[in-house]
Structures are given as structure tokens and as C-alpha cells.
Write a protein that binds this ligand. Structure first.
Ligand SMILES: [Fe+2]
Length: 217
């Protein structure tokens, strides 16, 4: 009995050491996020509407103001490039008509950096998304083309940034710009056409995981 007790104690001791070592081993490896570092991507969680209730269409707050009206839509596909991806959240924000991330007052969190022109969308069963906004202006210093920042949040994955929406006819979308972009989830360079209502129409389909570091299918 005494021997059995001692053997059991020794076994438990090794078991505890083993569990402890495994935990330490896990903790010693840094967690690698899909898409790598992304300052401000967590703004996706600042949606005024609960994420599970988001619609596949959103109209950004500036759409009722004066400026070139824009409609952007597309389909988000899974990493195979053919299967539509439902339930994917797309957070977007951009500058105003003067190139600033302007605020209305009362912003908090990442709203202090991203300003008030932003929206949240969740793809429908066909993977579709659409948003209405004004075409942004480039930064006043002309360092970058006019752009719309997108952040993706897939189910079961952390949020990550993808290539900005930019416009093919923008002189700042030049050779140098095209060389430095990564085409994350596919190219963000879109061509615009004007519909009969005077709205600029742009299309961009996305392939999840395309050119995204640390992406696991
Ligand atoms: Fe920006």
C-alpha cells in the first residue's frame, strides 16, 4: 500500500512537471497574428452596431455631404478564390474632402485617429458587400493617393489590414506606388464609371488570405 502510494505520488509529480513545462513552452512562443502587425485594426470592434447584426450594405456618414458620390461593391471569396465568404466583416475609413481624418466631436478610441467617416459591413450569404460614401481627397501633403483603409475580420481569425482602395485615374497611383503595394487580398486599385445618377461606381472582389502573411486555411 505504501509502495503504491509512493508510486502514485511520483507519477503525479511528473504529470504536474510535464503540464507545467508544456504551458511554459506554449507561453514562450509569441502568438503570430494573421496579417502581422496592424496598428488600429482593432477599431473593427468599435462598431456602433453589434458585429453579429451588421448588414452587407453601409452608407458612411459623409454621403449626404457635398462631394463626388461613390458606390463600391464586390464579392469576398474564400482562399480558394471561388467560394463566397459569408459573415466577413469589413471595416473602412477614409479622409474627408480636404484630406483629413476629420472629427465631429465626441469621438473616442480609434475614432480619434480615424475620424468620423467610417463604416462596418458584414458580407451576406453570397459574400457580397457594398458601401456608399464620398470619394476621399488625398492627404494635403500629397504623399499618398486618395485612399480608403479596409480592415478584414473573418470568423475564427484575428483582424488584419489589406490593400487600400485607391483609384486607377489618380496621378499618385503611379509606378512607384504600384511597386510598393502588396496586393493583400488582391489589388485595391479600382476603376470608376459614373452611373446615370451621377454616382461613381467601383468594383473590387477580394480573395481572403491572398498575399496575407501567416494565413492559415
Ligand atoms: Fe490613410
Amino acid at each position: 500500500m505504501n509502495i503504491l502510494y509512493r508510486l502514485t505520488s511520483i507519477l503525479l509529480l511528473f504529470t504536474n512537471i510535464s503540464c507545467s513545462q508544456d504551458k511554459n513552452k506554449t507561453d514562450s512562443f509569441p502568438k503570430q497574428n494573421v496579417g502581422g502587425m496592424c496598428e488600429g485594426c482593432e477599431a473593427v470592434y468599435e462598431s456602433p452596431i453589434p458585429l453579429e447584426e451588421l448588414n452587407w450594405i453601409d452608407t458612411l456618414p459623409d454621403f449626404s455631404e457635398s462631394g463626388p458620390k461613390l458606390e463600391i461593391s464586390g464579392v469576398i471569396y474564400k482562399s480558394d478564390g471561388v467560394t463566397p465568404a459569408p459573415g466577413v466583416i469589413l471595416y473602412i475609413y477614409h479622409t474627408d474632402q480636404k484630406g483629413y481624418y476629420s472629427k465631429k466631436g465626441g469621438e473616442s478610441g480609434w475614432g480619434l485617429r480615424h475620424g468620423y467617416i467610417k463604416g462596418w459591413i458584414k458580407t451576406n450569404d453570397m459574400g457580397e458587400y457594398k458601401f456608399y460614401t464620398l470619394k476621399p481627397a488625398p492627404y494635403p501633403n500629397g504623399s499618398d493617393p486618395a485612399h480608403i483603409h479596409p480592415v478584414i475580420k473573418e470568423p475564427e481569425k484575428n483582424e488584419y489590414w489589406i490593400d487600400e482602395f485607391v483609384f486607377e485615374d489618380d496621378p499618385l497611383v503611379n509606378e512607384s506606388y504600384r511597386k510598393r503595394i502588396q496586393n493583400r487580398c488582391g489589388s485595391g486599385i479600382i476603376s470608376l464609371t459614373m452611373n446615370s445618377d451621377g454616382i461613381l461606381i467601383g468594383k473590387r472582389d477580394l480573395i481572403l488570405g491572398k498575399n496575407i502573411p501567416y494565413y492559415t486555411k
